[in-house]
Design a binder for this molecule. Structure first.
Ligand SMILES: Cc1cc2nc3c(=O)[nH]c(=O)nc-3n(C[C@H](O)[C@H](O)[C@H](O)COP(=O)(O)O)c2cc1C
Length: 193
């Protein structure tokens, strides 16, 4: 199966997402990498954009889709069976919830969903329980859209932050094929269990 992997600008989660993608790839899925403009071009303290691009292309064996014209054919040409946005920023989440398509990431999702194929969102944003909460609500209620289970990563230090448990990605993708939401959606933070 071909999985569209849409990577957006939650740079601090690139490393755990990458580890999860290695696992997914080892299970025999083909990875079609797609990056938002911010994810594709931005150097941060979590790594240089060029280094991340190289690692992602090496892992997937496919070129990264990083422009709206290159993302548009995903639906018409049936390039993806499943799609995951991992990591998904609050910014991309807001656009998806409100039908805004002005980045490679949102174009890829729109193009994939037009064929009624399933989408998994692996959230990572500090405002999940504030500004982004309504967008999570909108997408929870949308057909073909599922969430990777998430937890408050630092309830006292960052009380409105939620981050998906990326290590669950292989399992959630298996369920995504059946259009099933992995449960429990709401996880306990590892250290507070
Ligand atoms: C170092 C760094 C880390 C960031 N981490 C996050 C994050 O974890 N979650 C998030 O929603 N935005 C994060 N951002 C902000 C996004 O990159 C920013 O909102 C950007 O516009 C997202 O664009 P995109 O959704 O098209 O990738 C971070 C920015 C920087 C510079």
């Amino acid at each position: 199966m071909k999985i569209g992997v849409v990577i957006t600008g939650s740079f601090c989660t690139f490393e755990p997402v990458f580890r999860a993608l290695q696992q997914v790839k080892s299970e025999g899925y083909e990875l079609i990498p797609i990056m938002s403009e911010n994810a594709y071009h931005t150097d941060t303290r979590f790594g240089k954009a060029k280094d991340w691009r190289e690692r992602i292309e090496l892992l997937s064996g496919n070129p990264i889709i990083h422009s709206i014209p290159d993302a548009e054919p995903i639906g018409p040409k049936g390039l993806t069976d499943l799609m995951v946005v991992a990591p998904c920023t609050g910014n991309t989440l807001a656009k998806l919830a409100n039908g805004i398509t002005d980045t490679t990431a949102t174009m890829a999702v729109k193009s994939h969903l037009r064929n009624g194929k399933p989408l998994l969102i692996a959230l990572a944003t500090n405002d999940a329980l504030s500004a982004s909460a309504k967008n999570i609500g909108i997408l929870l209620n949308k057909k073909h859209v599922f969430f990777l289970p998430f937890a408050q990563d630092d309830p006292l230090g960052k009380p409105t932050s939620l981050v998906a448990d990326f290590s669950l990605l292989p399992k959630a993708l298996a369920m995504l094929k059946e259009e099933k939401q992995m449960e429990p959606l709401l996880l306990q933070k590892e250290s507070s269990k």
